[in-house]
Design a binder for this molecule. Sequence first.
Ligand code: CDP
Ligand code: MG
Length: 688
Amino acid sequence: MGGAGCARQRQLRRALAGRMEARPPPAKRLKTAAWRSQGGNYATGRNMEQQRRELPIYRARAKLIGQLRHLDTAIIIGETGSGKTTQIPQYLYEACIGGHGVIAITQPRRVAAISLAARVSEEKKTELGTLIGYTVRFEDLTSHKSKIKFLTDGMLLREAMVDSLLCRYSVVILDEAHERTVQTDVLFGIVKSAQRKRKELNKTPLKVIIMSATMDVDLFSQYFNRAPVLYLEGRQHSIQIFYTKEPQNDYLHASLVSIFQIHQEAPPSHSILVFLTGQEEIEAMSRTCKQISKNLPQGSCQMSVLPLYASLPPLQQLRVFQQGPKDRRKVILSTNIAETSVTIPGIKYVVDTGMVKAKRYTPESGLEVLAVQQVSKAQAWQRAGRAGRQHSGICYRLYTEDDFEKFLNMTVPEIQRCNLASVVLQLLALRIPNILTFDFISKPSPDAVRAAVDQLEQLGAVERKNNQIILTPLGIKMAAFPLEPRFSKTLLVSPEFHCTEEILTIVSLLSVDSVLYNPRAQQDEVLSARRKFISSEGDHMTLLNVYYAFKNTAGQREWCRENYVNSRNMTMVMEVRRQLRDICVKFGVHLESSRADTSNVRRCLAHSLFLNAVELQLDGTYLTLDSRQPVVIHPSSVLFHSRPPYMLYNELLHTSKCYMRDLCVVDPEWLYEAAPEYFRRKLKGAKT
Ligand code: CDP
Ligand code: MG
């Protein structure tokens, strides 16, 4: 290890020493009845049936079944770990509630849907994909035999596009309602209307169950026609909460200190789950942890550091759920994807930084940015809850109790803080003509809806007829792709530019994210390995070059390692590409390659991403053409050191500045050609 590493270690040791003196850490224990232990404990290998009977929900089983049998709609609230998600679908199935129909349980995230389906099918001693299955984007493991189906809320929404009455289902359970993702919020309205329409048409009734551990029950009960709220009592395992005494100005350093403090004191079987904000941060922290743990004194236990974030390939995500060797400590570094629903075996400690990366949107500027911000109290409770799933646990909150009190109670629903173009397109595909009057549980701002309709109009997905907004034939096709509107548009216009093969690859690469691996410690090596792929035309073209090279070597692991390419992510890209290609074939999209002509590919991107165009100013800075916002090139871009006059970006990330990520050089003529009216307006605006 180099000098910097040693210095870091010394610094860390000092920090650790400081912490240990102040034990119990600058912290305070929280006492509420809700957190009291019920004394249960799972020994590994314990009979599943017995485990099911020990869950707090089991005591309420008979009463719950009785209530649910008669109710059309119910709101269920119960502590995390009480058994809601795994048990209620089984109870309904075992009691034959819903007859022959399928029971759907939605989850905001794919990793939760998959791991829960696996758990329940294990409990039922069936093979996953038979009686119990799951459906997530780009993956469907169900069969005609499946009676209990876990799906992401986005997938149920897609199914509603084909069958708005959700006829296949007799029960829909909307789980983790507090998360309030855009898809869940839209689903509340869709499911409510499906239930009403089925009743009106005298069809088999649809039972709707809303569940969470931390939700605003009054809001939900009101919205669902004063549905009764069923409270599940008890929690199985106690959780102690500790706060820091002083505010921490560097939450990464504070996390590192906490991890190694626990590591030095707790037995190796006690795993640690740390909540961080994003992939880059997690990868960097993972390297630091590995480096430090290698240099701990002899006799210290070993450490397996496992990252967990949404763009990690599914197989790698599922690694965190596997039991590791008994003498190695598992440290999981995760984004908020592990916040709700999931049970990760062995977690005894949760370290909560109190931070999350989330979307923020301003309709006036049309900018949707990802920014690191504080979590809500509901999120903090969910995070703590991950420590008490199998045993009693401890949660270290890296903020003071006073700060916690200032957090928002509930997370602001995503629908009120994101670009609504995708949702509006989906609602129109669901034949909901007036988005402003749709029965939302929390209404999005009219400005945001108008901005979304404007964007879709620019993309040619909608048109106005007799004061109504309707989908164009292009819009109907766009809605069929599980992609953001701008990307489905890119695919659908690509035949005009004879480059569908290239666009399929680019869109797939962007759907999976981060096929490039950038270890900071080896920056020079990465740079020299990557030089051969770099295109002066930007990141999209560079990625395309990497993909070709990957394919030419048939995905050899050795090649991936030498070139700092994430082979698993690349394999996922191929899978996504195959599925998108199938949809293109279904629509009769002509699949052609533009071969060496990359300008066609960039022209095609200009025709669909023109709303994300930026222009170089005389002073060397960039402004977005849409709303004249100052933006800068992210250091990860291959264009970081260049200054092309016009570019397109994929995403904005707000930290100290507003950074553009994934850039493509374009000609201004292409932009005008793509949307002449729009750019004439924008240019006029810029001159005044
Ligand atoms: O939904 P809720 O938070 O109420 O709990 P659940 O997901 O139904 O899980 C109940 C309990 O089952 C957890 O606390 C774990 O003890 C156990 N479980 C598990 O061991 N492994 C899983 N994959 C899922 C649940
Ligand atoms: Mg749950």
